[in-house]
Design a protein around this ligand. Structure first.
Ligand SMILES: Cc1ncc(COP(=O)(O)O)c(C=O)c1O
Length: 379
């Protein structure tokens, strides 16, 4: 075992002022959604160039509500990347639609837009791309494609709050955009998510969808016309979110400095496929730094590699398994070999530690450990 402290592969920075702020909320008696939710939504809306934003208990909830806002259900198809988190599959399935997977790019890991176009059928209602850290989906091409085919776009921006496209924040334009504030993301509200919409009408339609389907009547009673969810964010979480959004630029700058160091240290490493290299003020944010291991040339399996890092006190993650090959994905008829790039990433990827509480020395520790495991294992 390592004498050094355990290095998590992801995690938040929570400062004392935020913790004190949470204590004040707890003492205020206003625990569930209240004034801090409104403040968090206003701050996020300002961040998204004034577009309406509503917060929910997770990005998963935001994606489910986004699909419902689009009226997507049984008989509809949603095109998404097979290289993403289970949420996108789960929520498409939850609303009763069919997930239509396509492959992705090996380096950026973003959805292949040519494959999206080829997968469009008369039943297609929406495209749901996941943006990857280090390189956004080509927004101009994505939205032009959606306009051409009259499709909705639900951006899964869980990993990229703070990334910019042509100088504009992700969320500041487009159609529906979802963010996650899980502790592993660029900023956190512990659990939490947000949905950015086009106008006040769409924002108003979120209210019953996130709170039991309830609408309020003039006689101070309530009605329910459809089964709504229960996705309202508590004020305790919103208080944390407000503080985190204010510190987001600082968190992103630290993540970028760490990625610069990873790139420097991995530059001479043989065989790992690396994420896109950051260049100048490229507007990209870095939630994750995951490499593809040269497994075909290694005598170690990925599990053994990860176990060896774990034994040195270094955590790792797998982002992500191939969605079409999980049991639910296969139930739609998908099989091995359908999406070779996604499958290669799923086999070879390892997310190395990256979070704003880390130092450049931590990156050096990881890189030395990685080299110490890979190099002797190369055939
Ligand atoms: C790409 C991606 N999308 C969506 C989600 C779901 O986020 P949440 O945990 O807030 O529901 C995650 C969670 O890790 C994710 O990685």
């Amino acid at each position: 075992m390592s004498a050094l402290p355990y290095l998590k592969f992801a995690g938040p920075v929570l400062d004392a002022a935020t913790i004190d702020g949470v204590a004040l909320v707890l003492r205020s008696g206003q625990l569930t959604s209240g004034p801090w939710v409104k403040k968090f939504e206003s701050a996020l809306s300002a961040f998204c160039a004034g577009r309406p934003v509503r917060v929910l208990t997770s990005a998963t909830a935001a994606i489910e509500v986004a699909l419902q806002l689009c009226g997507i259900g049984a008989g509809d198809e949603v095109i998404t990347s097979a290289q993403s988190f289970f949420t996108v599959l789960n929520m498409i399935a939850t609303v009763g639609a069919k997930p239509v997977f396509v492959d992705c790019d090996l380096v950026t890991r973003n959805i292949d837009l040519a494959a999206v176009e080829a997968a469009i059928t008369p039943r297609t209602r929406a495209i749901m791309p996941t943006h990857w850290p280090g390189s956004l989906v080509d927004m101009d091409a994505l939205h032009a494609l959606a306009r051409r085919h009259r499709l909705r776009v639900i951006e899964d921006a869980a990993l990229v709050i703070g990334s910019r496209w042509n100088g504009r924040n992700v969320g500041a334009f487009g159609d529906l955009v979802t963010f996650s504030f899980h502790p592993n993301k660029n900023m956190t509200s512990i659990e939490g998510g947000a949905l950015v919409v086009n106008d006040d009408d769409e924002a108003a339609r979120i209210e019953p969808l996130r709170f039991h389907g309830i609408t309020y009547l003039a006689d101070r009673t309530r009605d329910v016309a459809f089964p709504g969810g229960k996705f309202n964010l508590p004020d305790v979480n919103a208080r944390i979110g407000v503080a985190q959004l204010a510190r987001l630029p600082e968190f992103l700058a630290q993540r970028r400095a760490l990625v610069d160091r990873y790139c420097e240290r991995f530059a001479s490493d043989p065989g790992c496929v690396l994420p896109p290299r950051p260049a100048g003020d490229d507007g990209q944010s870095w939630n994750m730094w995951s490499v593809l291991l040269p497994l075909p040339r290694m005598t170690l399996a990925r599990k053994a590699f990860r176990d060896a890092l774990e034994a040195r006190g270094i955590g790792t993650g797998v982002s992500y398994e191939a969605l079409h090959l999980c049991t639910l994905g296969r139930s739609y008829g998908y099989k091995d070999g359908d999406f070779p790039v996604t499958e290669r990433i799923a086999r070879e990827t390892v997310a190395l530690p990256l979070h704003a509480a880390m130092t450049v020395a931590d990156v050096d520790r990881v890189c030395s450990a990685v080299a110490g495991i890979i190099v002797p294992a190369l055939q």
